[in-house]
Design a protein around this ligand. Sequence first.
Ligand code: PEP
Length: 248
Amino acid sequence: MRQPFVAGNWKMNGSRETATELLEDVVQGLVSSHCEAAVCPPYVYLADGLRIAKGSELVLGAQNVSEEESGAFTGEVSASMLQDFDCRYVIVGHSERRGLFGESDETVARKFMAAARQGLRPILCVGETLEEREQDVTEQVIRRQLDAVLNAAGVHAFVEAVVAYEPVWAIGTGQTASPEQAQAVHAMIRARVAEADDTIADRLRIIYGGSVKAGNAAELFARPDIDGGLIGGASLDADSFLSICESA
Ligand code: PEP
């Protein structure tokens, strides 16, 4: 009953030429996929995305959004601006934003709400570091990250949202969480949301991210609470991305 969802996070990679080529290849390869597929290119390539993806199965998303609506915030991009480019999704709380740009749980919650207010669907990333996993505090960390948003935005905001479980130690490292490890955290996330609302939890898409490739996607996506993936490196190659979408 939950439609699988696969989103590509291109991060700060490529050029206009390679972005255009990748968009065209993905659009061409996506004919009648049962999975909802999105790509999140850098902001400056969203206009190309809009043009190339128009009328296709491919959906657009952004990698970040301002918590503010408009005004003197040099360098920021608002949710309504993303809507102007037909973005359906926006990633919030990616571990690179949390770790490299100092985004707190509260900032992430504000970004989530700014996106939701404009009708964008947030892809809320949560995940523990290796140190936290080794200290056996994964559950507390995920719960804290999730609760910051649940408490600020309310559980109803999760009707349109997606949660991405992305263990920090698995991102860009080639070290994927095992299907068992990922399933355990996904089930815990769903149970936490179910404490607030069973139906919303049941319908919530929880996707996994962290070194997903064409070769390991099917095994991960076969788990009952893993509804697709957030794909970094492998989304920069059209064949790999399309093969991951087919596995979902
Ligand atoms: C990511 O950055 O969201 C990600 C999952 O990256 P990778 O697939 O490269 O690990």
